[in-house]
Design a protein around this ligand. Structure first.
Ligand code: GCB
Length: 622
């Protein structure tokens, strides 16, 4: 008994560290073609985690001979009439993948817990040396993945992709892929227990099976070093390669073709200067088809080239000051039943609404959005703020929580490092000033900078009243010393007094850095009309926007803002009957897709800003 306990304890420890350590060498494989595993998956709702723990609460996947009767990942069927098997995926209901479970079945709207997915697929077989991976775009929040009754791995974090190697466990013919998804909120999680958004559970992004040669293209980076010299540099990582292997890069539209060699770690660095390069910008979102080939493996993707940096209180895009005409967006589509965005068409509609507002910038709050979003932003010419869910109050002193946050940040940066649209990595939202928090976020900032030196860092901070001067707002946060852009959320006129207060306050943001207002706004129920003094009406929200914009315009070093937010979104915190009904109503567009009055205030202001920007570019200051 003693021995058994020790083994279980040891294996628990191994299993835990495996989930927390990021598998550095497992590639993302988004660009590789694969067999889609999207569509109908059979599902079992398992609030007591019967399929995962036995009646002594021992984890079944740590038992070398788990019971066929209740171990769901075995996907068992009775072998004869007398065998007791207390579950059956075949006769269980289905859910669509990708998709959250909450909006697919009314009884799952508020469900937080465990739910098992099973997908059967046929596999034709492998030729010698090939490797197969199963890639998940995202699963919220924890995924335990099994193939043919054996564990492939565990992943934690609801908004970033992960890939497991399936080569050894795949069978020719029928295969069973089982995923236990658990979206239980946890104090030590990232995000933690409280958020102001819906905790959509499920396999929310695409799943595919990718077959690659023994040595394959695992990752690559392309970045423009300077808008003046047009030097492009970067690297390609070949998984499985040693020194001296040839990699071909080409950008046909630029007439570029070059061969580079890998080093001992399989990495091939390059640096070249194309003639006639057109830079990417919101006005001209030029993308070039970049192709990489090694052995029998090829990947192709559209990439834009631009630079971004700060100079004093300005953000320079391709060397010129830019004003960010932004809007915040949650990854939620309001129409047709709502829920997490699960198609490129829905992602595109969100961005088109932002374009209709005359935006050149979107803040993708408060976690990494799906891959389509940032790729479409590249195509449509929208600059992007990309964030990780280090939101409000995280368990700052917990080493595992830190590791989890770092994994999510790293995966987000690695997934999107070639997106011209992304100019800012955001580390956090509205975190409380304090020593442990600052230590946590400084470490996270170091990690971000070690992975990417070509973008700006920021975080949505908070403002405070200046001691002894109630009407002067200041930003005093050691985090502001760490980031490149001093961003903060402010709600004067909503959480902080009435809109008329905007005319009374002034701002002191004393950092020689660009200042960005990452949120402002107030709730309005679309169709509810009244005087501008009446909360929840469209007129109140409209007046709030009219008063806020001139107040912010006076802030020294202002480089833009992203009001909260494009669309009303579901939040269990928002319970006011007849007004909120489970939705945060700060959207400029309602959950039915109707524009509120404030939409037009911002649209007009951004139109003027865009025209002023064009004029400034025609007559740059000498
Ligand atoms: C905030 C948060 C955002 C909330 C918003 C609100 O400051 O960053 O997630 O939804 O306020 O509506 O209160």
């Amino acid at each position: 008994m003693k021995l058994r306990l020790r083994i279980t304890w040891l294996s628990c420890l191994v299993a835990l560290s495996a989930t927390l350590l990021r598998a550095e060498n497992i590639p993302d494989l988004f660009l590789h073609d694969g067999v889609s595993l999207n569509g109908e998956w059979k599902c079992i709702v398992d609030p007591y985690e019967t399929g995962f723990y036995d009646y002594r609460r021992e984890q079944r996947d740590l038992n070398s001979n788990p019971s066929r009767a209740e171990t769901f990942f075995l996907d068992a069927k009775p072998t004869g009439p007398g065998e007791r098997v207390e579950f059956d995926f075949d006769t269980s209901p289905s859910l669509i993948v990708p998709g959250d479970w909450n909006t697919q079945r009314p009884e799952l709207l508020y469900y937080e817990g465990s739910l098992w997915y099973r997908r059967k697929f046929d596999f034709a077989g492998l030729t010698a040396g090939q490797r197969v991976f199963v890639r998940f775009g995202a699963v919220n929040y924890r995924a335990d993945v099994y193939l043919n009754g054996k564990k492939l791995g565990t992943h934690i974090g609801g908004f970033t992709p992960f890939t497991f190697e399936a080569t050894q466990l795949l069978k020719q013919g029928a295969n069973s892929l089982v995923v236990k998804v658990d979206n239980t909120r946890a104090k030590d999680g990232v995000p933690t227990l409280s958020t102001d958004w819906w905790n959509y559970g499920g396999i929310t992004r695409e799943v595919k099976l990718v077959t690659v040669p023994k040595k394959f293209i695992a990752d690559h980076r392309f970045a423009l070093e300077s808008e003046n010299t047009h030097v492009i540099s970067g690297w390609v990582q070949i998984n499985g390669a040693g020194e001296g292997e040839s990699v071909q890069l080409s950008i046909p539209e630029l007439g570029e073709k070059l061969f580079v060699k890998t080093d001992a770690s399989g990495r091939a660095a390059f640096r070249f200067t194309p003639a006639r390069l057109r830079l990417w910008s919101p006005e001209t979102p030029k993308l070039y088809e970049v192709s990489i080939a090694h052995g029998g493996d090829t990947v192709v993707e559209p990439i834009g080239f631009r630079t971004v940096r700060t100079q004093g209180k300005q953000i320079l895009l391709n060397g010129k000051p830019v004003f960010l005409r932004g809007i915040c967006i949650h990854e939620e589509f309001p129409l047709n039943g709502g829920g997490r965005v699960n198609t490129a068409d829905k992602a595109k509609q969100l961005l088109l609404w932002a374009k209709d507002l005359n935006c050149n910038f979107v803040r993708l709050a408060h976690y990494p959005h799906n891959e389509a979003m940032t790729r479409l932003a590249d195509e449509l010419g929208l600059l992007v703020w990309s964030e990780v869910p280090v939101y409000w109050t995280i368990d700052w002193t917990n080493a595992e929580t830190y590791q989890n946050a770092q994994n999510q940040l790293s995966d987000n940066i690695e997934r999107d490092a070639n997106r011209a649209s992304i100019i800012i990595w955001s580390l956090a939202n509205e975190t409380p000033v304090g020593e442990a928090r600052t230590k946590f976020l400084s470490k996270l900032a170091m990690q971000a900078r070690s992975l990417d030196q070509t973008r700006l860092l920021s975080a949505a901070m908070e403002k405070h009243a200046k001691p002894g001067a109630e009407n002067i707002n200041v930003v005093q946060d050691p985090l502001a010393d760490i980031v490149d852009v001093v961003a903060f959320n402010q709600y004067v006129g909503w959480y902080d007094g009435l809109p008329e207060m905007c005319g009374k306050v002034s701002w002191e943001v004393s950092y020689n850095k660009p200042v960005f207002i990452s949120e402002f706004g107030g709730d309005a129920r679309q169709g509810l009309h009244g005087s501008k003094d009446q909360r929840w009406t469209e007129e109140y929200q409209e007046d709030l926007y009219r008063q806020t914009i001139p107040m912010l315009d006076k802030i020294d070093g202002l480089v833009g803002f992203s009001p909260w937010l494009l669309l009303d979104f579901r939040s269990p915190r928002r319970v006011l009957p007849g007004i909120q009904d489970g939705f945060n109503r700060k959207g400029l567009i309602s959950s039915e897709g109707a524009r509120k009055k404030a939409f037009f205030v911002l649209q007009e202001y951004y139109q003027k800003r865009a025209e002023a920007g064009k004029l400034a570019n025609l007559n740059p200051k000498k």
